[in-house]
Structure formats: structure tokens, C-alpha cells
Design a protein around this ligand. Structure first.
Ligand code: FVH
Length: 291
């Protein structure tokens, strides 16, 4: 049931994520227009009250705000760059995943065509869209974000990161680095413990506690990075490097993969060789900051 006071919104792209976005708008009472290359994917949404626009132009014209969520930026450009499509007067929010250069370029491209453009990144999976757990990041003009915040809040917890259109994509990939690092570290430990008959489910709660404990260190370590000063308040890098050597040796002795421990040991060794062995772990930012 749509709410007459709720702002109309259009969703272009009805893959797994686009359908979840449109469903959340409908659930929050927004008059919702949808369009997808494969029209049949709109069936359930139409049954729930969405309007299926016959053309992409009709979809854009139906609402002041259009959300686009396609496979990649190339698809966005291909679709919205067609000669019969006008973006004039539209506010476009592109929640398609990509990199920061693509986001900045898409902003220039859309603005040249008369659109107001925000880029975005969805840090969530489709089933949680429409709940507070769904973190959705935006970058671009703050005024455009604020103008549409009440509508966007139907999707989850929304944040404006700054005026630089590339920021949402940068946070997205930074978040991926965090996610895969934690998962890979857990898999490393799980592989080692399984050689002693400890199953993954037994190790998981301990690993979760470790990950949460380490996460607590981040604000203090961030202060060291931002100030460029790394006094060894807890441990010196050379102490950490000795522990890393144990991890490499144990992995090799157990016959499990030692690539990951060797990678971070190599980075620590380079920093020590450069004279940073007496400083604290975040001094490794120098290693991460180079190509
Ligand atoms: N699904 C997820 O969990 C992740 C969570 C984090 C963010 N991603 C990003 O969201 C974008 C869309 O992902 P998706 O899961 O919805 O992807 P698909 O189900 O594969 O749907 C793709 C849609 O894109 C349409 N499409 C592709 N190419 C074109 C084109 N050249 N012209 C028009 N539309 C195009 C496709 O249409 P169709 O195949 O149904 O006709 C789908 O609507 C993505 O950037 C994720 O990284 C989701």
C-alpha cells in the first residue's frame, strides 16, 4: 500500500539487489516505479504495487529520484547513455559497485547531461535491505543527499561521506579489504587447528573474540597513523615479527598453506630493515602506502 505523503522513487535494475531495494521502498509506502532489461523480473514487485515503466525514459520521468543498480558502470553508461534517454532534472543515485575513478567519471558524465548525481555503495546483502543492518554509503553533494534522505532511509542506515563522488567506492573497497583479511586470518587458524582435530565450529567463537579484541585497538592505532608517531606502547614491531616467524614455521610444519603469514612477515621485515623495528605495529602503514 503506497503512502500519498511518501516521495515517489524509481529503481532501474532488478537483479537480486535491485529487487530488494524496490521491495524496501514499496514496504515503506513509496510510490515505486521500476524498470529492468528483462521485464519478467518485475513480476513480484508489480504484484506488490510497483509500476513497471514501459521504457527507461518513462521510468526516469516517473520520479524526481532514480536509483540505479546494475552489474557494473559499463552497463550504467550503456543504458543511460542511449540517445533517447534524457537525464535532465533527474537526481540519479548509482548504487552499482565500482571503483572511485569510475564513480567520479560517472558523476561528470551524468552532470553534463543535466542530472544531479550521487554515488553510493551498498555494504549489505539483499535480505537485510530495509533493515537498520543494511549500511548504505553515499558521496556527492550533501544538499542532494539531504533532499532525499527520508526516501533513502527506507533502505537501511544511510551515511553521507563527503562531496567527493569517489568516497563511497573507496570505503566500499576498504571494507572489502577488512572483510577478506578477517576471513582469511580465520581460515588460516582453522586450517592449523584442524590438524589437531579441532573443528571450525569450536574455533569460531574464540576467533570472533580475537577479532573483536583487535578491532578495539583501531582508534588508538589510527591516532598514531594520523600523527605520524609510532611509540611502542604495547609491543615493538620486531617483537611482532618474531611471533610472525612462529606462525610461518608452525604453518609449514603442519603442512598447511603459509602464503598469508609469509606475506605479512615480509612486510614487517622490510619495515624493520628500514629502521622501524622499535616502533609499534601501525608503522607498517608506510609499507601499505607504497605501490
Ligand atoms: N547482491 C549482493 O549481495 C551485492 C551486495 C553489494 C553490492 N552489490 C552490487 O549491486 C549491483 C547489482 O548486483 P545484483 O546482485 O543485483 O546483480 P545481478 O543479480 O546480477 O543483477 C544485475 C542487474 O544489472 C542488469 N544489467 C546488466 N547489464 C545490463 C545492461 N547492459 N543493460 C541493462 N541492464 C543490465 C541486469 O539486467 P537483466 O540481466 O536482469 O536484464 C540486472 O538487473 C552490482 O554492482 C553488485 O556488485 C550487490
Amino acid at each position: 500500500m503506497t503512502d500519498r505523503t511518501a516521495a515517489p522513487v524509481t529503481v532501474i535494475g532488478l537483479g537480486l539487489m535491485g529487487r530488494a531495494l524496490a521491495a524496501a521502498f514499496l514496504k515503506a509506502g513509496h510510490p515505486t516505479t521500476v524498470w529492468n532489461r528483462t521485464g519478467s523480473k518485475a513480476a513480484d514487485l508489480v504484484a506488490d504495487g510497483a509500476h513497471l515503466a514501459p521504457t527507461i525514459g518513462d521510468a526516469l520521468a516517473a520520479s524526481p529520484l532514480t536509483i540505479v543498480c546494475l552489474t557494473d558502470y559499463r552497463a550504467v553508461r550503456q543504458l543511460l547513455g542511449a540517445s533517447d534517454v534524457t537525464l535532465d532534472g533527474t537526481t540519479l543515485i548509482n548504487l552499482t559497485s565500482g571503483d572511485s575513478a569510475q564513480a567520479r567519471e560517472a558523476a561528470r558524465w551524468a552532470e553534463q547531461r543535466g542530472a544531479r548525481y550521487l554515488d553510493g555503495a551498498i555494504m549489505a546483502v539483499p535480505p537485510v535491505i530495509g533493515t537498520a543492518e543494511a549500511m548504505i554509503l553515499h558521496s556527492g553533494a550533501q544538499t542532494d543527499f539531504e533532499a532525499h534522505r527520508p526516501t533513502l532511509e527506507a533502505l537501511g542506515t544511510v551515511t553521507h561521506l563527503g562531496e567527493d563522488h569517489g568516497l563511497a567506492s573507496l570505503y566500499d573497497v576498504a571494507g572489502l579489504a577488512m572483510m577478506w583479511s578477517v576471513l582469511n586470518a580465520w581460515l588460516q587458524g582453522t586450517a592449523m587447528l584442524r590438524t589437531a582435530g579441532v573443528d571450525a565450529a569450536t574455533y569460531a567463537p574464540f576467533a570472533r573474540q580475537m577479532a573483536a579484541g583487535v578491532a578495539e585497538w583501531l582508534p588508538g592505532y589510527a591516532e598514531q597513523i594520523d600523527s605520524g608517531s609510532f611509540p611502542a606502547e604495547v609491543a615493538a614491531l620486531e617483537t611482532d615479527a618474531r611471533a610472525m616467524a612462529h606462525l610461518v614455521e608452525e604453518s609449514e610444519a603442519l603442512g598447511v598453506n603459509a602464503e598469508l603469514p609469509k606475506l605479512f612477515k615480509a612486510m614487517a621485515d622490510r619495515a624493520i630493515a628500514a629502521g622501524h623495528g622499535g616502533e609499534q605495529y601501525p608503522v607498517l602503514i608506510e609499507e601499505f602506502a607504497r605501490p
